[in-house]
Design a protein around this ligand. Sequence first.
Ligand code: FES
Length: 160
Amino acid sequence: MPDELLHLPVIQRILARDQGTPGALLPILHAIQQDLGYIPDAAVPEIAHALNLSLAEVRGVISFYHDFRTAPPARHTLRLCRAESCQSRGAEALAAQLREQLALDDHGTSADGAISLRPVYCLGACACSPALELDGQLHARLTPERLRALVDGCQEDATC
Ligand code: FES
């Protein structure tokens, strides 16, 4: 049985609980992602049927919001700040370094499943920019060397 089908009982439980709620689509998508870590493709026809929507409507909403994942999450999530203060202190060069080191665009998951990149627009650390958040922990006053060391550490750490 494909892995995604193992998730069907979770999806069906969420649908049974939430499908009668007005504006149910977003709460259902959030609940599925919270419980499974992502929204498996197998969820799309189940949601569409339960809410009387087309597959394209459900997929359109999932793809519109960058916070929804359609693949299992990486072991680490790195959110580099791209807002003004960080931009003025070298965040764009750091973003380019990340793209090159991980062979990703600004929003994706490395092929080894180690790191997901997600841009963020201000972490509240403007006075110490450029800044990023790695697995919920703030790292400020970044340099290219510190960023490379953080990424190397994530890639070497295959256990978490
Ligand atoms: S602009 Fe980057 S932390 Fe505020």
